[in-house]
Design a binder for this molecule. Structure first.
Ligand SMILES: *[C@@H]1O[C@H](CO)[C@@H](O)[C@H](O)[C@H]1NC(C)=O
Ligand SMILES: *[C@@H]1O[C@H](CO)[C@@H](O)[C@H](O)[C@H]1NC(C)=O
Ligand SMILES: *[C@@H]1O[C@H](CO)[C@@H](O)[C@H](O)[C@H]1NC(C)=O
Ligand SMILES: *[C@@H]1O[C@H](CO)[C@@H](O)[C@H](O)[C@H]1NC(C)=O
Ligand SMILES: *[C@@H]1O[C@H](CO)[C@@H](O)[C@H](O)[C@H]1NC(C)=O
Ligand SMILES: *[C@@H]1O[C@H](CO)[C@@H](O)[C@H](O)[C@H]1NC(C)=O
Ligand SMILES: *[C@@H]1O[C@H](CO)[C@@H](O)[C@H](O)[C@H]1NC(C)=O
Ligand SMILES: *[C@@H]1O[C@H](CO)[C@@H](O)[C@H](O)[C@H]1NC(C)=O
Ligand SMILES: *[C@@H]1O[C@H](CO)[C@@H](O)[C@H](O)[C@H]1NC(C)=O
Ligand SMILES: [Zn+2]
Length: 724
């Protein structure tokens, strides 16, 4: 799923009324009104220690390509590929990292059959194929066992009704429709992908009394390399294939992720089960291509309100229709969706290198399951990188290295359905993780394009950026702002982001870690509006696409892998745990400024004094612990260093609020969470001070006030942990 490429992030930006194609605006969005960090100088070529050189030189783009080929040539939908899990564990073991499978027994559903047709008022019909075109050039798109287009966890059922185009299907869109008096009750929703996690579109449609949902990908979200601008569609060129369909989960992930039937505890064969109805949709839904959406949209032209009259940003796409709401009297969609329920095993491969300090652990993970036979970007670019990294770490082990901290390598299953493999594993090992985990490093889509794109907990800023300078980035990449010679990963990243390391929302396997107070980073590279269109969750996310358009020489894969290896090495082996608490404090102030703006915009009054005091206290404690750190390092005092390291390991546990956020107890982090109605977007969805911000946005100032206290209390707890 889950980690969205840059391009989709650009779409998200457009929702804020800014030109999606101007990447510099994109990256400023998070830091509105804040100072960006200045570009730092970089040595070229990078200067590496012996250990770093062993790691970096061990990466080979040819073997990464082999691993990519392996992962992208078989069905590996969640719960359907134990062989691939075992293969992964075997490769890691061979490379010197003892690995085995952790099995969970979870609820999933699989597609059986589906249909969609439109009956026009004059009685004639259009029947959708619900298929992506088979391309002879791209072998896995033609396989007999290719995976149908469907929504994971969608409801089995039929719906026949007139239908309404609901824009992006966010709450604000529905509110606008209600304001305009458009009849929603008993109708089917036709929604455009983008802007919010797809499950929330279905959830909103259901909440407004609609009986089915159809989601389409609009060519307006496909950047500048479009057919209209003269580019051929895939496989002949970089433009979006007109039959592209985005599969994906419709679990209500912003409520809780993981197995819907075992919230808060691991899914074992004999675990008690709930019905999961809090996070499972109650209406059927289907994903379609723009080619098949066009007749549905056209039939609404002239009915209800035109897109222009609706007047909401990002309501209108690039098709030659008015994006009218409808309904068109007598234009009726008939849809059927049959899913097979399964309570079935899924398999995480887990590899462990014991550290000398058994009470400190670094976890590194990638998911392995995909919606399609391929999955060359999502997620198996990351899987290929992890296999290559196990080889690199193995070489270091061979020359006698033992990390100070335990390293746990994880290949998660079931991420696509709802972060299941990682969530269940965290739920099983939570006591040990709370005691020992220093951080979680995630790589989902290592590469769907050339632009490095990271998000992290703010305390990882320094180490994350320092290590970017040690990796040479493939040249020949074109950047919006002009190419840079002698490019390191840092240069490429800075050029994209102006030094902004994004806030983690949700949408990949770091979620369960972060919301238990374990700092995380999510790394990868995506495409921008000027790069080949990435067919997310489609048959065209294939080895053929990757090796012709995405990363033809697998050199971006290699650079991302080298970076992850260096990061793992330093997190696990440095005497001092790298923790940039000053940056965390600075970000808390920035988020506070954002919160004040939110309160002002809501015309409310809210006393934020307690929160402000807590942040100030945190500031003070950071200065103290940094002084202690300096003392420990200068005196090479290992006992003192251990004291500091344990503070760095533990401090973020303070930021989790035990009862969880209002109405969603899984999400406990008081500083950042996925937005309740934006969900799992990688880049823009995070809401900061979520307990307070969302209460303010809902106009509930009593709740907001309660959350000012709870948030302040959590920050005081974190401050207490680092107190010297
Ligand atoms: C019915 O209406 C559709 C849409 O306007 C049109 O394409 C089709 O040709 C019409 N069929 C007949 C039989 O008139
Ligand atoms: C991309 O397309 C947009 C909108 O059509 C246009 O304004 C922009 O200049 C294009 N960017 C480039 C670099 O061609
Ligand atoms: C559309 O909305 C904007 C801002 O919400 C408003 O300024 C503008 O007048 C509206 N346009 C129309 C045609 O209603
Ligand atoms: C768009 O649709 C209108 C009305 O159906 C048609 O007249 C026009 O030629 C179309 N434009 C393009 C560029 O296809
Ligand atoms: C649902 O629709 C399918 C396809 O049109 C049909 O075969 C099936 O009988 C319908 N089921 C029910 C319960 O109406
Ligand atoms: C790692 O440590 C664990 C717990 O102490 C122990 O059970 C395991 O055998 C060790 N593994 C290796 C490869 O030494
Ligand atoms: C690139 O690196 C080479 C070797 O270090 C150096 O001579 C050259 O000046 C660098 N070019 C730029 C543009 O920095
Ligand atoms: C690996 O990189 C080299 C040099 O960039 C290139 O010639 C080769 O084709 C690449 N291998 C693959 C499998 O793409
Ligand atoms: C806040 O007040 C302004 C000006 O009175 C008004 O335009 C705006 O709609 C109000 N916002 C909310 C959320 O009530
Ligand atoms: Zn993914």
């Amino acid at each position: 799923m889950a980690r969205f490429g840059l391009f989709l992030a650009a779409t998200a930006l457009a929702l804020n009324g800014v030109d999606a194609c101007q990447r510099e605006h994109l990256t400023r969005r998070h830091v509105d009104g804040h100072t960006l960090k200045p570009r730092q100088t970089v040595d070229f070529p990078p200067v590496l220690t012996d250990a770093e050189a062993i790691l970096v030189n061990s990466f080979d783009n040819n073997s990464i390509s082999d691993w990519s080929y392996y992962y992208t040539h078989d069905d590996h939908v969640a719960g359907r590929n134990r062989g691939m899990a075992q293969w992964t564990a075997d490769r890691w073991s061979e490379n010197g990292i003892p690995s085995s499978l952790a099995t969970y027994n979870v609820y999933l559903n699989y597609p059986v059959s589906h249909s969609l047709s439109l009956t026009y008022p004059n009685g004639s019909t259009f029947t959708a194929s619900l298929e992506e075109a088979q391309l002879p050039e791209d072998p896995t798109t033609t396989w007999d066992n290719r995976i149908p287009t469907f929504h994971g966890y969608s409801k089995t059922g039929n719906a026949t009704a007139e239908y309404v185009y609901v824009g992006r299907g966010q709450q604000v869109d529905f509110e606008r429709l209600v304001e305009l008096g458009v009849d929603l009750e008993g109708k089917i929703a036709l929604a455009m992908y983008g802007g919010a996690f797809r499950g929330l579109k279905v959830k909103n449609a259901e909440a407004y009394g609609m009986i089915g949902a159809v989601l389409f990908s609009d060519p307006g979200d496909s950047g500048n390399l479009t057919i209209e601008n003269g580019y051929a569609p895939y496989p002949d060129g970089p433009a979006m294939n007109p039959t592209y369909v985005q599969r994906g989960s419709v679990e209500f992930l912003s409520t809780y992720p993981g197995d819907p039937t075992t919230p808060g505890y691991p899914s074992k064969a004999d675990s008690p089960r709930t019905d999961g109805s809090e996070v499972l949709p109650g209406i059927p839904s289907l994903p379609i291509s723009y080619t098949e959406a066009l007749p549905l949209l056209s039939a609404l032209d002239g009915y209800g309100f035109t897109g222009e009259q609706v007047n909401r940003s990002n309501w209108i796409g690039a098709l030659n229709v008015t994006y009218s709401t409808g309904p068109a009297p007598g234009a009726v969609i008939s849809m059927s969706n049959v899913m097979e329920d399964a309570t079935t095993d899924i398999w995480d491969a887990i590899g462990i290198i014991n550290g000398t300090n058994s009470d400190e652990t670094i976890v590194v993970g990638n998911h392995r399951d995909a919606w399609i036979i391929g999955g060359a970007a999502d997620p198996n670019s990351g899987s290929a990188v992890l296999v290559e990294m196990s080889k690199a770490l193995g070489r270091l082990l061979q020359v006698g290295w033992q990390p100070k901290r335990n390293i746990v390598l994880c290949s998660w299953d079931g991420e696509e359905y709802g972060l299941i493999g990682s969530t269940e594993w965290v739920e099983e090992y939570i006591p040990w993780l709370v005691e020992t985990a220093v951080s979680y490093l995630n790589v989902d889509i290592a590469c769907s394009g050339p632009r490095p794109e990271f998000a992290a907990s703010p305390e990882m800023y320094s180490i994350a950026t320092e290590l970017m300078k040690k990796v040479i980035y493939p040249s020949g990449t074109t950047y919006t702002n002009g190419g840079v010679l002698n490019t390191t990963l840092y240069d490429a990243w800075y050029e994209e982001t102006e030094g902004d390391l994004s806030v983690l929302g949700s949408g990949s396997d770091y979620t369960a870690f972060l919301h238990n107070g374990i700092g995380s980073i999510d790394i990868g590279a995506g495409g921008g509006a000027l790069d080949p269109f990435y067919h997310y969750h489609s048959n065209y996310d294939s080895y053929h696409w990757m090796s012709t358009f995405g990363d033809p020489e697998f050199t971006v894969h290699k650079a991302i892998g080298q970076y992850l290896a260096l990061l793992t090495y330093h997190m696990a082996s440095d005497d001092l745990i790298p923790a940039d608490l000053q940056n965390y404090a600075e970000q808390m102030h920035n988020f506070f400024d954002d919160l004040m703006e939110t309160v002002e915009a809501a015309n409310g009054t809210l006393d934020l004094g307690e929160l402000s005091d807590a942040i100030d206290e945190f500031d003070g404690r950071v200065s103290e612990v940094k002084a202690l750190e300096t003392q420990a390092m200068e005196m090479a005092d290992m006992n003192l260093l251990a004291v500091v390291n344990h503070k760095y390991r533990d401090w973020q546990r303070g930021l989790v609020s035990v009862g969880g956020l209002p109405d969603r107890q899984f999400y406990k982090h008081v500083v950042m969470a996925p937005g309740i109605d934006t969900g799992m977007w990688f880049r823009y969805a995070p809401v900061t001070y979520p307990g307070i911000t969302e209460a303010v946005e809902a106009g509930n100032f009593d709740l907001a006030s309660e959350w000012v206290s709870k948030t302040a209390m959590a920050i005081h707890r974190a401050a207490d942990i680092i107190k010297t």
